[in-house]
Design a binder for this molecule. Structure first.
Ligand SMILES: [Zn+2]
Length: 304
């Protein structure tokens, strides 16, 4: 394999840096699978892949893995595809739910979230908060009309819970005949989304943005890093109304900044706790794989 072209573009040192970074990807469907392969093709060489599912006949028309991989675990299919591009890549593949494999994510540099399931995203959010880990979430809207990508960084801006609450209250679709607010609105009794029809190219536009942002974060501190205007980009594939009377045209994007909710039930208490942590000894707490929660008494003391 020759990395000459990537090396010429990114520089020898930056490519070497990418090859050292370990990226976790949870959810290897049409979006997550694409992100994995795209990052591998840009020089990322160490992956932790987690997904419970096998590739089905229905998947392959919108997945980087083709019919050769039917009935294989998606993690195994993606691992194979990565190794076909970069035989020296180190890929750890775990078939199962993320809750069963959180330990595998303890030493990664960045997490890519490619799942639709909201409860799973909340589990990931809590894990990232506890581990001071940056995560990039990608979401595709109904019928692939658009999507969004957000970078959730520890102790900086919102956690996923306050971000999701804020964004979904504010964005609505443009289709006046069927006007509905964006709540990824199809959550079924199990908390999972109904399979929504969306074209591969519309899904991939969002996934490509997610992959590109991941690459950017991995290159933070280098000459190749691009400063981003805010934490969230909304991508329109169709006309998309994101606020009353405010539309993004097809192929357009808009950056929005979603602030942290100081009353967020997930990160609000953690931030209050942070001053307490510093007083105790941040080093000790960092070593202890903590998922500290304030007791009721501490919460009362922190009220002011
Ligand atoms: Zn929060």
């Amino acid at each position: 394999m020759s990395w000459d072209r990537v090396q010429q573009l990114l520089g020898t040192e930056n490519l070497a840096l990418l090859q050292q970074k370990q990226v976790g990807i949870v959810g290897l469907g049409s979006g997550g699978g694409y992100v994995a392969l795209a990052l591998a093709m840009c020089g990322v060489s160490r992956f932790v892949l987690i997904d419970p599912d096998k590739l089905s006949v229905q998947n392959i028309i919108r997945h980087v893995a083709d019919k050769r991989y039917i009935d294989q675990p998606k993690v195994a299919a993606i691992k194979d595809l990565i190794l076909h591009r970069n035989p020296s890549a180190q890929v750890l593949a775990y078939q199962g739910r993320v809750e069963e494999h959180l330990k595998a994510l303890l030493n990664i540099d960045l997490l890519i979230v490619g799942v639709d399931n909201e409860p799973t995203k909340y589990v990931i959010n809590e894990f990232c908060l506890a581990q001071y880990l940056t995560a990039i979430y990608g979401g595709v809207y109904e019928r692939g009309e658009g999507g969004d990508v957000v970078i959730i960084s520890p102790n900086q801006g919102p956690c996923y819970a306050c971000w999701a609450e804020s964004l979904r209250e504010e964005i609505s679709f443009s289709d006046v005949s069927d006007h509905q607010s964006l709540d990824y609105g199809q959550v079924g009794p199990e908390g999972t989304l109904k399979a929504e029809p969306a074209l591969w190219l519309d899904v991939v536009r969002v996934a490509n943005t997610q992959a590109n942002m991941a690459l950017n974060i991995l290159l933070q501190g280098t000459s190749a890093y691009r400063e981003l205007p805010s934490n969230t980009v909304i991508i329109a594939n169709q006309w998309l109304e994101i606020a009353e009377g405010h539309h993004i045209p097809p192929f357009g994007v808009e950056w929005v900044n979603i602030p942290r909710n100081p009353d967020c039930l997930v990160c609000g208490t953690r931030t209050q706790l942070k001053s307490l942590e510093n007083a105790l000894s941040l080093d000790e707490l960092l070593k202890s794989e903590h998922t500290v929660r304030p007791s009721a008494q501490e919460e009362e003391q922190e009220d002011d």
